[in-house]
Design a binder for this molecule. Structure first.
Ligand code: TRP
Length: 455
């Protein structure tokens, strides 16, 4: 394999991984999942999942990637020749393509909202009208398809022109701006008439609402939001230098990502109650609620424009990271040219992305387990494939890899004093795999008595 580049600075490492992690998962998916699952209890379980499963699995991905400086498939072949764990890279490719497909539909909605913000037509409507604006977008097959394709086209061009580094650099400048904007919006939301109701919904957990669906939803959301379980962060870590402190970087990434999600909640929920929306609205939640917020702010035109531009960039840095998993696999493992791999990735995403976009209109009647195609893609990838990937990654690092290498990686060859080394290894080896397995069993219903404990 050719010489691989390395991130020059500690900031570069964190910025690129945060660029992958922060995206629609935080701002679109987190509020709607929390809203559908009763708010506070979901958020508590979510945070528990980030700490007990998320951080250990990020560290596991980092250890595999950084110790080999290779992509997932070769890394596992190097660390455990002949091992079946190479399946991990297949899970990665399937899940990242599924996610790219439905993610592009939502990013397409963001692109259209950006367009509407530019033309000024997102200003001056009633809550009812905002709801209609969104329904007419997703209800129209052509409009949905065109915006999905435009987004995938942008993703393709960035990858083809080899300017993803440039985009990442721009978005590293924009991310702090997005963060500041979110803080301004959350202060604005805290001043809304029904802010307390929103905050109570988020921060006063009602644990009587805990259900298998909620727990698996919170776990899936944690994996999704942290870009975890499909070797995306493993691939990024293969570019880390030997000086990058893995534990500290993983903690900072998880912390920043969680802050963005919680801020998004603090923006959305006071507004949900103040503008008479339903917290259980699902994927359309933020699209119906956000325009109401912008328009009651002085200078609403500017705020909505700034917000959708920044969110667009946040989405692109996330989709680049999904596509990179696919492209790296086919170029490094199957000698495919980068051009071909990028085309293949985009064509597959166009096919499945179309099915997802059409599942809100002409294909709306096709349902499995009461879920349309879009929801199925989301559910299977986020709630099943990502945690399954995380389970295998934790088992691999905890049980299969040479313990000496694991310790060397955690301490950078003994140069770092990692105080929490034992608990971290314990979480990777026991807690994370056991919790993921138990949650799966709980969902399948084999653990009815666990449910009984909560009722
Ligand atoms: N974490 C990103 C978000 O919150 C989405 C994402 C990017 C992702 N790369 C991923 C999710 C890899 C799972 C796996 O928007």
């Amino acid at each position: 394999m050719s010489e691989r580049a390395q991130f020059a600075t500690k900031m570069g490492v964190i910025a690129a991984s945060v660029g992958s992690a922060v995206g629609l998962g935080n701002i679109w998916r987190f509020p709607y999942e929390a809203g559908m699952h009763g708010g506070g209890a979901f958020i508590s379980i979510y945070i528990l999942c980030v700490i007990l499963l998320g951080i250990p699995v990020i560290i596991a991905e980092f250890i595999i990637g950084r110790s080999t400086h290779k992509n997932a498939n070769s890394a596992i072949k190097t660390l455990a020749p002949g091992s079946k764990f190479r399946f991990l890279s297949y899970i990665g490719i399937i899940a990242s393509t599924m996610i790219l497909s439905f993610y592009s539909v939502v990013a397409g909605w963001i692109a259209e909202y950006l367009f509407l913000s530019i033309t000024g037509s997102l200003n001056g409507h009633t809550p009812q009208e905002y709801s209609e604006i969104f329904s007419s977008l997703v209800g129209n097959p052509w409009r949905s398809l065109i915006w999905t394709y435009l987004f995938l086209g942008a993703n393709f061009l960035i990858l083809r022109k080899g300017i993803q580094k440039g985009i990442e650099r721009i978005s590293n400048l924009l991310m702090p701006l997005l963060f500041i904007l979110l803080i301004v919006f959350s202060i604005n939301s805290l001043l809304l008439p029904k802010a307390t109701e929103g905050l109570k919904f988020m921060f006063m957990p009602d644990f009587s609402q805990v259900s298998p669906g909620m727990v698996v939803g919170a776990m899936g959301q944690a994996f999704f939001s942290l870009s975890l379980g499909l070797t995306c962060l493993l691939t990024y870590a293969s570019y880390f230098s030997n000086k990058t402190p893995l534990v500290r970087s993983a903690t900072i990434i998880a912390l920043l990502d969680t802050c963005v999600a919680v801020l998004a909640g603090v923006i959305i929920f006071p507004a949900v109650f103040s503008f008479g929306a339903e917290p259980t609205a699902g994927p359309k939640l933020v699209f119906e609620v956000l325009p109401n917020i912008f328009q009651q702010m002085p200078g609403g035109y500017f705020w909505s424009l700034a917000f959708f531009v920044l969110l667009f960039f946040a989405s692109v840095t996330s989709t680049i990271s999904m596509s990179e998993i696919f492209i790296t696999f086919f170029t490094e493992e199957h000698n495919m040219s980068r051009k071909k791999a990028t085309w293949l990735n985009t064509i597959i995403a166009i096919v499945f992305g179309s099915l997802c976009a059409l599942s809100f209109n002409v294909l709306g009647d096709i349902k499995l387990f009461d879920k349309n195609i879009f929801d199925l893609f989301d559910y299977v990838s986020s709630n099943i494939l990502l945690p399954a990937g995380g389970f295998l990654l934790a088992i691999f690092v905890g049980w299969i890899m040479d313990k000496k290498v694991v310790k060397e990686q955690l301490t950078n060859n003994g140069t770092l004093n990692v105080k929490l080394m034992k608990p971290i290894i314990f979480c990777i080896k026991y807690i994370a795999p056991a919790a993921i397995a138990l949650i799966f069993l709980y969902v399948i219903g084999l653990f009815k008595h666990i449910e009984a404990l909560f009722i």
